[in-house]
Structure formats: C-alpha cells, structure tokens
Design a protein around this ligand. Structure first.
Ligand SMILES: NC(=O)c1ccc[n+]([C@@H]2O[C@H](COP(=O)([O-])OP(=O)(O)OC[C@H]3O[C@@H](n4cnc5c(N)ncnc54)[C@H](O)[C@@H]3O)[C@@H](O)[C@H]2O)c1
Length: 474
C-alpha cells in the first residue's frame, strides 16, 4: 500500500465541522436535544443508546406508523421520559426544540430526511446505507459542507477501536503487502412469501410519508415493515443491507479510496420464489488497484434450503471480513474483535475494544470536529460500493456457470467455484435457475458515473425518482 495515500485519506485526517447559522450553538454544559425518526426495530436501539449517552437528551420521536409511535412513546413515559410526538418528519425538522436527529427509516428515505434535517440546521446520525442510490449519496456528502452541520453515518465498525488498531497494524506491513480485501454476508434470509393480490398498507401507517420519494405503490409483501429491504423501490438487497457494513471495512482496509475503476457482479434470487426483487445470492468484484475487493452474499443456508443447517463460513467468517496479506490474514466479524492469522492459520495477534458510535457522534457535535471516517462522504462511498455492485447485476443477463467463471479475474474464480458448490448443496441447478451475470462496467470514479459498454443502462440506475413534494433540498 502507498503510505502517503493512507496518511492523506485515512482515518486520521479529521475534518472541522463549521457550525451552521441555523444550528443552535450549544453551551459547554448543555445537552444536545435529539429526536429519533423511525424506530420499529433499529431505532429502538438508538433510543436506548441515547438514554444512556452523555451530553444528549431524547426530546422527540417521529414515526410514520402511529402504532409504533404511540407504543414507544407510552413505554418511555411510563419510565419517566416524556417526549414530543411527530408523524411528519418535515414538521419535526422545523422544530426549534430539536438540535439533532437520528434516522432509522427504510433506505429510500434516509437521504431525503437527512438532507431535510441538515437544511434546517439539525445535526444528523443517519443509518446505513446513507443513500438508496449513488446520486443522492453524493448530494448528502456535499450537504455536510453546504449546511455546516455534522452528518454521521451508521457504520458502527468505524467506532470499533479493534478494527482501527488492526488496520493500522496491517498498514505497517507486519504480515506483508495486502493482496485482497474480502467481505462476507452469509446471512440466512428465508423466503418472504408470495401474496396473492397486492395489499393495502396497515391502517396506522401514513403511506404518503412512508413512501416519501416513491410513488404510492400497491403493497406486494406480507410483512409491511422490514421486508421492504428485498424490493427495488425501497431496499437494496443484502448487498445493500448487511453488506455495506463489511464493504465499509474493505474500503477502510484499502485506505478509504473513492469508487473503483470497474465493477462486476453475478447473482440471483434462488432457492425459492417470493415477493422479493433483489438477489439473495451474489458476488461482487470491485476492481481497485493495487488491492481489489471481493464480496460474497449468501442468503441460503448451508444445505437443502434448510435454515437449521446454519450458514457457510470462509476462514471462520460468515458475516465479516478476511483481509488477505502476503504473510497471513486479518479476520473479524460483525462484533467488536478481530484476529491476525499467519499463513498456517495460527493466531498471531488479537485486537479488542470498541467505542459507542452514538457517543462518538454526540461528542463530535459538541466539539465541532468530526473525524473523516464518520463523515457523510465516507458513508456515501461505502454505500455506493453496494449500489454499483447492484447496478452491474441488474443490467446483466442470465448466463451458464462456465461463462460466469470466465468473466471474473483470478481470485474471484475460486469464489465462483465455492458458489457453485453452495448452490448444489441447496439443490439449486443453475442450468434450470440461471444466475444473472452482471455487466462488466468501467467507472469514472471522479464523476461517479459509468463509462464504456453498458454505461447507458447502468447510468440510468444511478439516480432514483423523486415524487413531487419529496425532492431533495439541494
Ligand atoms: N447499523 C446497524 O447495525 C443497523 C441494524 C439494523 C438496521 N439498520 C438500518 O436501520 C434502518 C431501519 O431498519 P429497521 O429494521 O428498523 O426497519 P423497519 O421497517 O422495521 O422500521 C422502520 C421504521 O421507520 C418508520 N418510517 C418509515 N418511513 C418513515 C418516515 N418517512 N418518517 C418517519 N418514520 C418512518 C416505519 O414506520 C418503521 O417504524 C434500515 O435502513 C436498516 O438498514 C442498521
């Protein structure tokens, strides 16, 4: 690795966050007044973190589902925390009683709500992926400087000191040159079912607000909340759900570069037929020089589409990273802690420790100084890796396994062979249920656009549609 690149683009280049004229200047002993937006599941953990955090106070809640809103607000009131309630994030963002927001809504409203809050002078913690598409992620990255507020992404690995220390140690060349950054999302994802006819949203949901920039489409899934992850208009599949956490670690490991020079993906939604659109099985090659990134998604279990059989693993990791070097590898999963192995697989060093990602944000807002590894720019670039992988896949065509194998560079061929065995173990015959070989796309990293063959169709997917009244505040 080029050491100079690390020093300029790495974790240690902090950025100053100038205070917006619209943001309230906090006194030394004043709490940051925070609202959580969206808390059916993930947002609940944020509420808990905020209740424990120093220098912040939960003052408001906002959810487009009144059942979720009332239930959580009532539970909090019983424990002595009384908060203001909002159904409409736009009204919340205008409140003078709120300094900052934490956003855990579905992916398609992350950037919209984050930018609306930033434009109103609020500091923002926005869940991963910070964007639903590449274009809006870029707008968010620029909103940080434009609105002079702190925009903090939800990749909590970036506050795990174990990873930071381990990557620093690797950078010193302790186990030789880095050769490949691998990420894994071998996470069981059973079928979401198939409904007979399009349904209506639950009566408690304000579907206009929930849909945000998207048209008010008929609901084509049994479980309204969460399962939007697997549908094109709202989610980004597991490559863009769990995947971005480990893609983020890959990008961190190779020095936090911008987009790669090329991308190629293969995948399919196999093993069952359901209402999901995105691939449940996928492989992505991100052509970075000198260290490429290889990412694998497996939503099917070990064998027989039987989720009791567990998940596959590579060098011990199912949901995690394996950073290969000439003299061994660094491996770790989706919780604080990682280990270095020598070429014989013997553990030679362990890294432990983490900080609270929420507290890091609160402290950064108070200090007016944000680390670049927590920035909207960083969140955008790591999320964009999932988006461009998905675009390659979506603009591809069904292909036999031998053609798929020959399309990939050498280190990925071995992964394709393992993928073929994984499909066989689950009784998926690629001759009958072919995988889609994505378009091999060249990327202009500076412009964040595709160039060359396949670029026209691919560029059309860089940006989503924005319904009137839900355009980004640019
Ligand atoms: N960092 C992590 O480790 C982590 C873990 C889990 C989920 N997440 C992220 O958190 C987000 C939420 O995930 P989830 O599993 O809680 O989803 P969910 O669908 O269960 O909950 C989303 C909530 O947001 C509400 N909502 C939707 N649109 C809204 C709007 N316009 N205004 C206000 N509220 C709105 C919904 O009513 C619902 O209560 C996802 O983007 C996911 O990627 C991050």
């Amino acid at each position: 690795m080029n050491r100079r690149h690390f020093l300029t683009a790495s974790a240690f280049a902090g950025t100053w966050c100038l205070l917006s004229p619209r943001a309230r200047a906090l006194g030394a002993n004043e709490d940051l007044r925070v609202a959580v937006i969206g808390f059916n599941s993930r947002g609940k953990a944020h509420i808990d973190s905020l209740l424990k955090a120093k220098g912040a106070r939960l003052v408001a809640l906002c959810d487009a589902d009144s059942a979720v809103l009332d239930k959580t607000a009532d539970e909090l009131a019983k424990k002595g925390t009384v908060v203001a309630k909002y159904g409409d994030y736009r009204k919340l963002c205008e409140s003078k009683e709120v300094d900052a927001v934490v956003i855990a809504t579905p992916n398609h409203t992350h950037t919209l709500i984050a930018m609306t809050a930033a434009a109103n002078g609020k500091h923002v913690y926005v869940e991963k992926p910070v964007s639903h598409n590449v274009w809006e992620g870029r707008q968010l990255a620029e909103a940080q400087a434009k609105y002079k507020v702190n925009i903090h992404h939800g990749f909590q690995r970036r506050s795990e000191t174990c990873w930071e220390d381990a990557l620093e140690w690797l950078k010193e060349g302790q186990i030789g040159r880095m050769t490949l950054a691998r990420g894994f999302c071998y996470k069981p994802r059973p079928s979401i079912g198939k409904i007979g006819a399009p349904a209506k949203p639950p009566a408690t949901v304000d579907y206009d607000l929930w849909s945000g920039p998207r048209e008010l489409l008929p609901v084509k899934r049994t479980k309204f909340h969460y399962d939007w992850h697997w549908q094109f208009p709202y989610g980004n599949g597991d490559l863009g759900n769990q995947g971005p956490h480990q893609l983020d670690v890959c990008r961190w490991a190779i020095g936090d570069p911008a987009l790669p020079k090329a991308v190629l993906s293969v995948g399919g939604r196999v093993g069952y037929e359901d209402d999901g659109d995105w691939a449940n099985t996928q492989l992505v090659w991100l052509d970075y020089d000198p260290v490429p990134v290889l990412f694998e998604v497996r939503g099917l279990p070990k064998k027989g589409v039987d989720y009791k059989s567990g998940s596959d693993a590579f060098k011990g990791e199912s949901i995690g990273n394996v950073i290969e070097c000439e003299g061994g590898w660094l491996a770790g999963g989706h919780s604080a802690g990682c280990e270095v192995f020598d070429k014989d697989g013997k553990v030679v060093k362990e890294f432990k420790g983490t900080k609270s990602h929420m507290q890091e944000w609160i402290d950064a807002v108070h200090s007016g100084k944000q680390r670049s590894i927590h920035s909207a720019e960083s969140g955008h670039l790591s999320a964009a890796l999932a988006h461009i992988g998905n675009i390659s896949w979506r603009t591809g065509a069904d292909a036999p396994m031998d053609k798929i194998r020959s399309a990939f560079a050498d280190p990925a061929k071995e992964a394709i062979d393992r993928l073929a065995k994984h499909l066989e173990a689950n009784g998926v015959d690629p001759a009958k249920t072919p995988l889609k070989l994505g378009a091999a796309l060249a990327v202009d990293a500076k412009a964040e656009r595709f160039t060359g063959p396949g670029a026209e169709a691919a560029n059309a997917l860089l940006k989503g549609d924005y319904r009137k009244g839900f355009e980004l505040p640019l």
